[in-house]
Design a protein around this ligand. Structure first.
Ligand SMILES: CC(C)(COP(=O)(O)OP(=O)(O)OC[C@H]1O[C@@H](n2cnc3c(N)ncnc32)[C@H](O)[C@@H]1OP(=O)(O)O)[C@@H](O)C(=O)NCCC(=O)NCCS
Length: 155
């Protein structure tokens, strides 16, 4: 496990590093590229929370959380969670994905949240076992063909 892990805001100085985060070619159907996430962050300014994942000075991944989304469109169900998670090819399997989920959970707790949602591509080639291993449980819902999962935050 790496030692100096942090999240950083996306800035003019690290934009190219963010755009350079790429998953393996065979994983590209599992997550949108960073450039799309940053475009979505631009049009959803109060909702999207994009961050670079850095280990020391090395960029190892990108995440984007979402906060307080009107899930059903009728105001009855507001949700927050993890929108995107891209750990770079060559940096996977080193604990960075776990760190990213824990960092979003910490930010949610800070804001008073208790349920962290995520959606994932179903099937053995996707990240399902990663999320299940971190304690996420399927809600039984699907969203755009993806499985909806929920992590109940404690303490
Ligand atoms: C899925 C992904 C985010 C995981 O990040 P990572 O940094 O490789 O995962 P970590 O090293 O933090 O792994 C944490 C634990 O999950 C396990 N794990 C990671 N990926 C897994 C997978 N695909 N299947 C099963 N277990 C997995 C690890 O073995 C580790 O278990 P351990 O703590 O018992 O050793 C990363 O591989 C990735 O970016 N994949 C491509 C894009 C993608 O699917 N993003 C998610 C979109 S919803």
């Amino acid at each position: 496990m790496a030692s100096d892990l942090r999240l950083r805001d996306i800035t003019p100085g690290n934009l190219d590093a963010a755009l350079g985060v790429r998953v393996r070619p065979d994983q590209e159907h599992l997550v949108a590229p960073v450039v799309k996430s940053l475009a979505e962050a631009y049009v959803h300014p109060g909702v999207a929370w994009p961050r670079l994942i850095v280990d020391g000075e090395r960029t190892v991944g990108f995440l984007m959380a979402f906060f307080d989304v009107d899930w059903t469109g009728d105001g009855a169900d507001h949700r927050s969670g993890l929108w995107r998670l891209n750990i770079a090819e060559g940096e996977q399997g080193r604990g960075y994905g776990r760190f990213a989920v824990e960092a979003v959970a910490a930010e949610m707790r800070r804001r008073g949240g208790t349920r962290l949602f995520v959606t994932w591509h179903p099937g053995p080639d996707g990240p399902e076992d990663f999320y299940l291993g971190l304690g996420f449980r399927p809600t039984g819902e699907a969203s755009d063909g993806e499985t909806v999962g929920e992590l109940v935050l404690r303490g």
